[in-house]
Design a protein around this ligand. Sequence first.
Ligand code: FAD
Length: 670
Amino acid sequence: MALDTLDYSVLAALALAVLAYLTKGVFWGVGDDGTKVVSDSRDISEVVRDHNKNYVVFYGSQTGTAEDYAHKFAKELKAKYKLNIMVADLADYDFDTLNDLECVVSFFIATYGEGDFPDQSVPFEDHISNLSKGDLSNLKYTLFGLGNSTYEFYNGAAVKADNALKAASATIIGEFGKGDDGAGTLDEDYLAWKEATMDILKSSLNLTESDAKFEASLKITTLDPGEYEDGEVFLGEPDKSYLDKSTNLSLGPFDHAHPYLAPIAHSKELFNSKDRSCIHAEFDLSNTNLRYSTGDHLAVWPSNANEKVEKFLKIVNLWEDKEQVIEVKALDSTVNIPFPSPTTVETVFRHFKEISGPVSRQIVANLKQFAPNEKAQQQCDKLSKDKDLFAKEIHENKYDLSEVLSILSDGATWKLPLEFLIETISPLQPRYYSISSSSLSEKTTIHITAVVEADKFQDRLITGVTTNLLRNIEIDQNKESAKPHLTYDLKGPRNKFSPYKLPVHVRRSTFRLPTSPTAPVIMIGPGTGVAPFRGFVRDRVALAQQGKTFAKMVLLYGCRRSDEDFLYRDEWVEYAKTLGENFEMHSAFSREGAEKVYVQHKLYELKDEIMELIDAGAFIYVCGDAARMARDVNDTLCRIMSEKKGFSTEKAHEILKNFRTLNKYQEDVW
Ligand code: FAD
């Protein structure tokens, strides 16, 4: 059998992936664009010793938030107690010598999926789970978990880590901290834990506290023309390969560190509404070896809107210098450089920093030392020390960083060291979308379905970064007369994002249809929660067209009104024609009748059929809002089981929990 070009590229990508795996990070980290500096050893105690470190902050991060908190913690600990701290990704080290460390370590561990460790930290999980009593008897650690209490296994990974470390006789210093993104208190949970933990560290390690002045870990040098070649300056290219003309950018592997610049071949507005918007976007994979499976997630890397970049650069007095080329170097080889360098000032804040979004109280505390006037200094002091005042004045008003800076200084501009801005402001992270296409019917296209975040609040519009970028693209691509809420540099660096390309990568998920065709399927997905189910149904349509048959599929969908925000309204009718009576769709409209009807109400209405399907071995899938819907659906399923089978509520909950373990009850919620 002859191999075609695609087969060769897949083989090449596989070979690269195997090489990368076998070398375990030793090669891939040493990019000379300096984005990631990795030590040549994976022996943690050797690296700590060689670099004279006396404290290690580890992170296990899925989306970058745990990494960000680990850096914030290390920065403050270093400034306060003059410790020589190393921040390390759990993925970059082996842990055989963990017990040989002569210093305290802090762990920041995110939970992903059903109480799982972040993908890259699974080897760490495996290592600590196989230890015996006494194996870590010298290890002293602090632990902060990042989780979401609306999920079944709240902070599950950090809980597992704590149990395994304790079982191996490690000693925790202070309390195991748990941050709750679901309750929206992650930042305040962290601050409360951090204050208590730093006090305990101070007394138990006998540390002397000094004025927590910012100390840079990076050195930024401005470059004059002549000190750089134009072609080597990063203007928003995701990594070095995008500057190198000889690199074939369509070859993977593509991941968090190396996204694919995917053309959006087609986009359209799905809502029929004056003030709400939902974008369907189709990413073309026909020129790449990037592939996906139905149920996976697409990570979309955004940039910041023109309006936000301008407002920010003006308040920090960098607008005039926005084209200045800068070089970023780490002051010590264990420090990662957060983006490719050399680059320009504007590029940093357009492509790599999260300048919109809520502001942390910690940033305001750190700003005090650079306040442009006494009033601003007092404001920083007052707001950063009073949690309730901060919540009332800043958080509840949904101000972003530019607005906070302006409020603190009464509009006066700030002169903040670039190192401070870069090390304090969180990195701009990709946003994830449940893929709404089927890898069986759309092998080389990924569809996503994204509701645009733009809420009127007082006299301002509170906007999301990525969804407004998608809307700007959709309006531009279809030459619509509608005005976008925000405008973006759609052409991207050196026009490379033109026409309509965005950096993306696929995150594998476990959200999959049952392999057995005889297992019935119950899908509950209101709003954009229907996205993966469109993929599931299209999968089944593709197979039905090949003559395959399946057990029943029931889809429960919900939206406000049938004529306003009913996603893919016309498509479902077509799917039903192919799938026949084995596809049933039930819709709940919350704003059409006198009473609000949601998916959980429909689910209860269908209780006889739902119970029959469960008895026949149905797989249950829930997608969408994690905060309320997923819990209400879970409770309704328990109620149905209790009523139909005479179980107690506890017993029904137990059965559903068991379904989860067996993968018969899966959630894709956010
Ligand atoms: P962001 O910039 O991330 O903003 C988030 C929210 O904060 C917005 O509501 C914004 O208005 C608000 N905000 C902005 N500034 C402030 C401020 N200063 N103070 C307070 N609030 C502020 N979404 C979908 O639409 N479809 C999907 O299929 C989908 N699938 C997902 C799958 C997974 C696994 C996950 C984790 C999430 C999924 N999401 C999905 C959500 C998606 O990832 C994004 O979170 C969402 O689109 C918003 O992204 P954004 O960049 O537009 O908003």
